[in-house]
Design a protein around this ligand. Sequence first.
Ligand SMILES: [Mn+2]
Length: 299
Amino acid sequence: MLRISGAPPLVNYLFLGDYVDRGAHSVECICLLFLYKILYPHRVHLIRGNHEARTVTSAYGFRDEVGTKYGTEGGAVYRCISDAFDFLPLAATIDNAIFAVHGGLSPQAHVIDQIMAIPRFEEPPHDCTFGDLLWSDPSPTGARGFDLNGRGVGVTFGSAIVQKFMYMNNMRHMVRAHQMCVRGYQTQFNDLLSTVWSAPNYMGRFNNAACVLEVDDGLNRVYNIFRQGAKEYLTQPELESVMTRLPRAGEAPTLYGGMVSDYPLESQDTDPSLSLSSDGEEDALGIGAGVSILRNGKE
Ligand SMILES: [Mn+2]
């Protein structure tokens, strides 16, 4: 991904959460991201996903991975990283025009000021706005409003909800992650909403593409699609062969239907307190100039 889009500080990155729990290298992944954040704090931004939570990392693998890799120090390392997750912001805006969050919208947050008022420095609760932002999904049924979410946590939100939130907050677009897209990304609701997924061949068994959403100074969106590369570094021709640059949004019809059929609900994460048997997660990111982190809660 960094070879395709460039490494910080050459480009600004906004990562959309879910940095751990899937695959065998969560420790390396989150350490790299934290190092980039320390090196380039104004170029790299990380918001919180539903996996940046103790209840979830205990159920989906990260805690075990830390224990395996750090042995007797594993408990302390896990606590440190989990404590750091408590500081991650819940949402961001790009150039005051694109709203970014990991999961989705909440029936209890109509304006961004309400999100900024959430005390965020804690384990994410499930049954409130905080949890909704991390766990919600766009409606899979075409419903225009809010509805229950089959994950058992968060809600589903429809086109009317996104339209209203965009209008109320003077935003032009919303980007979120949280659901695998077979082609790397998905646009919905008349191009108001993008889902971006940056893990190719997810968990080694979905054969999906992945995407980095590039946002330029004019707020044009380019969905850079890539597939899993070889384990060794790729040469430039090889890199180009695994990457497809699609036309700018608006130049071509909205692409690719069927996030629902692409990604059946039973393969998604659910509230670990309800079930440990399901799986399916992601991480995702976008790139943009002028990222503003919503500094909810007192720092
Ligand atoms: Mn997620």
